[in-house]
Design a protein around this ligand. Sequence first.
Ligand SMILES: [Zn+2]
Length: 158
Amino acid sequence: MKLLFDEMLKNLASWFRILGIDSAFSSGKSDSQLLHLAMKEGRTLVTRDFPLTIRCEKHGVRFVFIKSDLIEEQIAQVLRETGIKPVFPNFTRCASCNGELADAPKEGLAAGGKVPQNTLEHHERFWRCKTCGKIFWEGGHWKNITRIYEKALELAAG
Ligand SMILES: [Zn+2]
């Protein structure tokens, strides 16, 4: 399952990357370009643009038409309608660029200066994006992310 998000859904695209789903995000593309990309790469188009969903139907492109403004409801809707069964956190995709993540040994990070010393001391596992080089770990914001995710799961089940 691969997804493509329109430019109003950047935050939602990041979420599905955290869930390990190949999630492309496009800004500044016309509806035709989005449709073409979805067809070419076999992606389900996630959009807030109703006229675009009509064109998807016409061309046989699978889509999810997002209605809510709340992130937990948006996540729940995509999970319900695509049948994606996420593993959270998956740590296989970069939330920034959709690149693949690899384990980053702690020893190598100390010298790089990309991770604060305090963070290195308090965390064991780190990941590095193979594409943009960004380093990830379960940081302080993680509690908040977990809370939103659990709410989304509840909504998806209900
Ligand atoms: Zn990246």
